[in-house]
Design a protein around this ligand. Sequence first.
Ligand code: HEC
Ligand code: HEC
Length: 173
Amino acid sequence: MRALLILCALAAPAAAQSFDPIAEVLLHPRCANCHVGADGIPLWSTEAGGTQPHGYHMQGGESRMGIETLPCSTCHTNRNGVLEGSAPGAEGWALPPVEMQWAARTPAQICEQLKDPDRNGGRTLAEVADHVGHDPLVLWGWTPGPGLEPAPGTPEETVAAILAWADAGAPCP
Ligand code: HEC
Ligand code: HEC
C-alpha cells in the first residue's frame, strides 16, 4: 500500500508535464480544421483525425485567406453565425502558415514543431502559451458557436499545461 502511494506521488508530476493533454487540444477539430497542410483546404471534420474537406471547393490559396479564390471573410465575419451550420467567425479568420500544420500529423511530430521557432512563428514556449491565452482564433475554439463541440478543457488549462510542459524541458512523446 505504502509503495503504491509513493508510486502515485511520483507519477502525478510526470502526467502534469506531459505533452498528451496539449496534443488532445491541438488535434481537436476546432483547432486542427484550420491547422491544415500545403493543399490549403480547411476541414469540416467533427472528430480528431477527420479528413472531411470544407464545402464549396474552398482553398486558402497562397495568402491562406482565400483571397485568390474566394476570401474567407465573404462568409466568416468576426463573430459566429446564429444558426447551426452557418459560418462561424472570429477576427482575422484565415488558415495558419503551412509549417503550423497539425491535421494528419502525430502528437510526436506536432510536439517537435511546436517548440521549433522556425515552425512556430519565431516564438518562445512562453510566447506560444501567451498566444493560446489571447489570440481571437484560438479563443474561438472554446466558443465555437451553435452545434459545434468546443475544444477540451479551457484556454487557461491549456496555457498552464504548455507552461508546465515547457518547465519540464518540453519532452516529446
Ligand atoms: C480560423 C483558423 C484557426 C483556428 C480555428 C485555430 N487557429 Fe491557431 N492559428 C491560426 C493562424 C492564422 C495562425 C498564425 C498566426 C500567427 O502565427 O501569429 C495560428 C497560429 C497558432 C499558434 C502559434 C503557432 C504555433 O504553431 O505554435 C498556436 C499555438 C495556435 N494557433 C493554437 C491554436 C489552438 C490551440 C486552436 C484551437 C483551440 C487554434 N489555434 C485554432 C488560425 C487558426
Ligand atoms: C462560401 C462561404 C464560405 C467561405 C468563402 C469560407 N467558408 Fe469556411 N465555412 C462556411 C460554413 C457555412 C461553415 C460551417 C459548416 C458547418 O458547420 O456545417 C464553415 C466552416 C469552416 C470551418 C470549420 C470550423 C469547425 O471547426 O467546424 C473552417 C476551419 C473554415 N470554415 C475555414 C475557412 C477558411 C480558412 C476559409 C477561407 C480560405 C473559408 N472557411 C471560407 C462557409 C465558408
